[in-house]
Design a protein around this ligand. Structure first.
Ligand SMILES: Nc1nc2c(ncn2[C@@H]2O[C@H](COP(=O)(O)OP(=O)(O)OP(=O)(O)O)[C@@H](O)[C@H]2O)c(=O)[nH]1
Length: 644
């Protein structure tokens, strides 16, 4: 069709195989739509039939069409409108692939008559099938309008799957209409969407179509690598039908690249696969391919043999572009063997078919024809005509080369654009991953910080508890070491240490300093009368009474059984005597209750102050003790001050 009209390279391709590619592409596009129906539930029996027909479709669309037609005839009347529309859509799809466009259109019409929701997957699929048939029948403008409508519907309903299908159809439509640049843009849009949806099979289908488009813009490397990749995938997953067409594409790529040895190998694989499928319908693509291979390898007998096989298998009423293609090929073969009549016959067939195309849209064909005519004229010794045809051939070839140059420029542009799109996509993906990693790092850091804080808090709590315990223990020990357990006054050791320290201070500061030593009178009798425990009660009561007269800096300690020491810093002997007198009176007046009996005790006091003759505490204490002794001597219950 239109595709074959622009370039020599494309003319060299089998027009039949182009047609097959397009049909394959349509089949692939339509195949994408299958899972979408799964969203809407069909009755189990119908779903089962649909699953079965999908499997048949993978093997051979003819089997699928027969099955679906039988299903319509037997169960159509009992189906809901929705189920029936789904069946019509499938029928249209199989017809499209098998080239039964009129019947396909009829099924589409019946499908639309049941008024499916245009924005539903099935509504969009029907529209896409309708457009693809229009495309196939050469009405590409109308087809494009329908594709764009489908695109809008898929976008509005946020149906990524149908949007991917629509892009795939659009790509094929552009590809069919020679606009491979636009085609590849849509292929890449479909690719990005399908990659997100993550279905390997669908991606494989898309890659198969992309391989075809790459081959049309002569990007051989990409075309071959994509085709090889998908053939492996299809074979590994037993999609022989799809493998067959991808294999055909690959073989034709090698033919176009003039790698005839490899092309021969690949075309033979096509024949093998066709036999494996038990299907002869499409074997003619391999036959014409091999015919061309052998023609270029200058094995014309083999070329003729395969051409005859091709003719016996191809469609009986081939479209004009196939007729031109075949006629030019035949003319070339016959020219090589100098069969002038046959060459003329073939040229005339080609010329007749060419009248349907404008020259500027079929430059490559026209240039091939003029070349053939020139060579033929030369063979007939008509050099004038040969020269004129050759001139025309050169003129058209030059026009074609300009077009070719533009095409190559576009090729690199599209390669750049698509690479950019993929790169951008990869960068976005990488950014997303980096963001994710950064977030995870931040979360880990936060988590670690929280752990550290918690551990630190626990550590501080434990340490504080430990320190608190230590301090308390130390305080207890300190208290135990310095305290008299019975009276809770300072004990003898601490009283003496404190007294010595305060006395040194007083000497240094030249301040007054005095001590009072006192002792309970006849305490033995208290013990004798009330027992030892009774004596203890009396000692405790005395400590409490005496403590009331002790100032902040003073200290009262128990230094013996019933003997006490009062240390009075900054105090003269006179002031100390007053304090001792007050304590004496307080003790004497205190009524004690021991063993439920009331009694009184008294105490005798010795006072001594710091003086030149009492420079040491021992001396001071000794003098105070002497004074106490004197108080006892004088009759007890009195205060005696040591003489200076
Ligand atoms: N209950 C009790 N008695 C004690 C304690 N320490 C010493 N004593 C007693 O105190 C008495 C002291 O007696 P002495 O030294 O003869 O003196 P005293 O009877 O007080 O007579 P003078 O001091 O001369 O007035 C003894 O009977 C000791 O057993 C003590 O902690 N508790």
């Amino acid at each position: 069709m239109m595709r074959a009209m622009s370039m020599t390279n494309k003319v060299r391709k089998s027009s039949i195989s182009q047609r097959i590619y397009f049909l394959l592409s349509l089949l692939l596009c339509l195949t994408f739509a299958i899972p979408s129906y799964a969203i809407n539930a069909h009755p189990p029996w119908l779903q089962q039939s649909f699953d079965q027909v999908d499997i048949l479709d993978k093997k051979d669309p003819k089997l699928a069409l027969d099955f679906a037609q039988k299903l319509l005839a037997e169960k159509g009347d009992s189906m809901s409108d929705y189920d029936k529309t789904a069946l019509y859509e499938r029928l249209a799809r199989y017809c499209t692939y098998l080239g039964e466009f009129t019947l396909g259109q009829e099924y589409i019409k019946q499908g639309f008559a049941l008024k499916p929701d245009p924005a539903s997957s099935i509504g969009i699929s029907l529209k896409l099938s309708q457009a693809s048939i229009l495309d196939e029948l050469g009405n590409s403008e109308q087809a494009l309008n329908l594709y764009f409508e489908a695109e809008q519907l898929a976008k509005d309903s946020e149906n990524s799957k149908m949007l991917a299908d629509t892009y795939s159809y659009l790509a094929n439509s552009y590809s069919l209409n020679h606009n491979d640049i636009e085609a590849l843009k849509y292929f890449h849009q479909a690719y990005l969407l399908l990659e997100k949806l993550g279905d390997d099979l669908e991606l494989a289908y898309l890659k198969a179509q992309m391989a075809t488009s790459y081959s049309f813009i002569n990007d051989d490397e990409k075309a071959i690598s994509l085709a090889t990749e998908v053939i492996q995938y299809f074979l590994a997953n037993e999609y022989y039908f799809d493998a067959l067409y991808a294999q055909s594409g690959l073989a034709n790529d090698y033919l176009r690249m003039k790698d005839y040895q490899q092309a021969e190998i690949e075309f033979k694989k096509v024949i093998e696969l066709t036999k494996k499928l038990g299907k002869s319908d499409s074997i003619y693509t391999a036959y014409i391919g091999l015919a061309k291979v052998y023609f270029h390898l200058e094995q014309n007998d083999k070329a003729r043999y395969y051409y005859q096989l091709y003719e016996s298998k191809r469609h009986q009423a081939p479209p004009p572009y196939t007729v031109i293609h075949d006629a030019i090929f035949v003319a070339q073969v016959e020219l090589a063997d100098e069969n002038i009549d046959k060459v003329k016959q073939a040229i005339s067939i080609a010329e007749q078919a060419l009248t349907k195309f404008e020259q500027e849209k079929a430059l490559s064909w026209y240039s091939s024809l003029y070349d053939l005519k020139s060579k033929l004229a030369k063979l007939e010794n008509n050099y004038q005509a040969a020269y004129e045809y050759q001139s025309e051939y050169i003129r058209i070839k030059a026009l074609y080369h300009n077009e070719e140059r533009e095409r190559v420029r576009s090729k690199y542009k599209v390669m750049f654009d698509t690479d950019q799109a993929l790169l951008q996509n990869q960068l976005l993906e990488r950014d997303k991953q980096l963001d994710k990693i950064a977030l995870e790092n931040a979360q880990n850091k936060q988590w670690l910080q929280n752990i550290i804080i918690i551990v630190a808090i626990i550590f501080v709590i434990i340490l504080s508890a430990f320190i608190y315990r230590q301090v308390r223990t130390s305080k207890t020990l300190h208290k135990l070491a310095n305290t008299d357990t019975l009276t809770e006054l300072a004990n003898r050791r601490f009283s003496f240490l404190y007294a010595e320290k305060m006395m040194s201070l007083a000497i240094r500061e030249q301040e007054d300093f005095a001590i009072v030593v006192f002792d309970v009178d006849h305490f033995k009798q208290v013990n004798d009368k009330y027992g030892h425990a009774g004596g203890d009660i009396a000692l405790k009561a005395l400590a409490i009474t005496a403590s009331e007269y002790v100032r902040n800096k003073d200290i009262l300690g128990r230094i013996g059984g019933e003997e006490f020491l009062l240390v009075l810093p900054n105090t003269s002997a006179k002031q100390a005597t007053v304090i001792a007198e007050r304590i004496r009176l307080a003790i004497a007046n205190k009524v004690l209750t021991i063993n439920e009996q009331q009694t009184n005790i008294t105490a005798s006091f010795g006072v001594a102050e710091l003086s030149a003759t009492r420079a040491s505490f021992n001396q001071l204490f000794y003098d105070a003790d002497i004074a106490l002794y004197q108080a006892k001597e004088k009759g007890r219950n009195q205060v005696v001050v040591a003489t200076s």
